[in-house]
Design a binder for this molecule. Structure first.
Ligand code: JFZ
Length: 451
């Protein structure tokens, strides 16, 4: 713990979690969907018969070594053929809803700078493609219609803007970057004004020195956006403090409303979370966000993803699964079937997810605890040979009152497992031997009121 506080003009402006209803709604989502869709979805990780191993949405940056010389020029003209004839925002929204997602994060602009909305601050937008229509609007409207909250992904780094710099080393860089800052502010205010139902912004591409040096500008812009849209939710990845410290300021206090650092990575214990709100964004293959026609390596199964979801909620976080539609607007078969399987599981078990959070219980090897009020949810991934789920109740003197399967409310026996030196609140929840399941399942354990 730090005892002396460094004086910061542009550090965090709050300690502890947000307490308002809008943020509480975010906290209760449990499951979200990420969509990476843009010009990179046309080549889909390959070009001229070559496939590339890196993340497909980064393909423009690989010109040089093994890509054709004019690749960047080719890439920058791809928008002239962007015409996703199969795109149907309502169909995507329906699929997300059936999967059980409560929020979606949609790429309005990735690192290449192509805008999926008709921004008036650049020509490089959807308005100048054969498709013409405002895709951000279609997505926002369709998802809102089925009750899913929308968050706008926005990359600050923009390879298409002549003022973008990785660092500022000369007066020329400085002048160029000033024009870029103005452009960025314009675009963000434009997005917030054009899509007022969007609940928040998901920032990316903020790691370069040029941006890290803009503590004052970014802080003021954040305030301006929050004033324009009270309740707006912004993660920890937007700005740096006076000393260039990101996510968490020089006094160790998180900047933004939730920790955005859990990218393809999960905390392992509640200590890892440091009392922050957080979400984890996860790809289905190893590291592909945009469409890649040739998924290589291990592809996560619905079982893997459900375990990550339950683990996230057990540590009071949200879990967000990425989808990368192709250049025509189709969600690939692999993703569709994963969404369906997760949705089937969620239909039976979502009570263990929505509105649930960390339970103050000793972690057990059979799976994860989540909690809402006096109900504990035991999601079982590793069924013990003896069918006994060990439970230690941390709250002194509190007894479990009943246990039952979430799926059908059939009762499950609670066996007093005695006491040991550390704890006299040990129980076995006994799974009936004849109960067979090929999927993770949930047992509800109700507790007495606190003493
Ligand atoms: C970024 C992007 O570069 C990538 O294309 C994708 O959009 C992803 C969601 O975000 O990649 C990141 C961002 C953050 C970290 C790593 C890769 N991080 O915090 O470790």
């Amino acid at each position: 713990e730090k005892t002396t506080q460094i004086s910061l003009k542009h550090g965090s402006h709050r300690s502890g979690k947000r307490t308002d209803a809008t943020m509480q709604r975010w906290r209760e989502y449990g499951l979200g969907q990420f969509i990476h869709w843009g010009i990179y979805s046309i080549p889909g990780g390959g070009w001229d018969g070559k496939t590339y191993g890196g993340a497909a949405e980064w393909i423009r940056s690989w010109s040089g070594k093994d890509a054709p010389n004019d690749w960047r020029k080719t890439y920058d003209n791809l928008y002239k053929q962007f015409n996703p004839v199969d795109f149907n925002a309502n169909k995507w929204a329906e699929q997300a809803k059936n999967m059980g997602a409560k929020y979606v994060i949609f790429t309005t602009k990735h690192h290449d700078g192509f805008c999926m909305w008709p921004s008036k601050y650049t020509e490089y937008t959807i308005a100048n493609t054969p498709y013409k229509k405002d895709i951000v609007k279609e997505v926002v409207d369709a998802y809102n219609k089925v009750g899913i909250d929308v968050y706008l992904y926005f990359s600050v780094m923009d390879w298409s803007h002549q003022g973008w710099r990785y660092d500022i080393k000369s007066p020329e860089d400085s002048i160029a970057f000033e024009s870029f800052k103005k452009f960025t502010r314009n675009q963000l205010l434009e997005l917030l004004t054009s899509y007022p139902s969007a609940k928040g912004l998901w920032f990316d591409g903020t790691w370069d020195k040029s941006w890290v040096k803009q503590a004052e500008f970014a802080d003021e812009l954040e305030t301006e956006m929050r004033t324009l849209r009270p309740g707006l939710i912004i993660g920890s990845r937007f700005r740096a403090d006076d000393f260039g410290k990101r996510h968490v300021d020089s006094n160790g206090v998180m900047m933004g409303d939730y920790e955005q650092g859990w990218e393809r990575n999960l905390p392992n214990s509640i200590e890892d979370v440091h009392g922050h709100d957080w979400d984890c964004v996860m790809t289905i293959p190893d590291n592909q966000w945009g469409y890649n026609s040739h998924w290589k390596g291990y592809v996560k199964t619905p079982y893997n993803l459900i375990e990550m979801l339950v683990k996230s909620v057990s540590l009071s976080g949200n879990f967000v699964i990425n989808f990368g539609p192709d250049g025509k607007g189709n969600i690939r078969q692999e993703e569709t079937s994963i969404a369906k399987e997760i949705g089937d599981w969620m239909k039976t078990n979502n009570e263990a997810i929505y509105g649930c959070s960390h339970a103050d219980m000793k972690k057990q090897d059979w799976g994860y605890f989540t909690q809402k009020g006096r109900k504990l949810y035991l999601t079982v991934f590793n069924r013990p040979i003896n069918n006994c789920l060990n439970v230690e109740i941390s709250e002194k003197g509190v007894k479990p009152t009943k246990a039952y399967f979430l799926a059908n409310k059939l009762p499950v026996a609670i066996q007093d497992a005695g006491k040991n030196k550390q704890n006299n609140n040990l129980y076995n929840i006994v799974i009936p031997a004849k109960y067979i399941s090929d999927k993770p399942f949930v047992i509800v354990l109700e507790l007495e009121e606190s003493q």
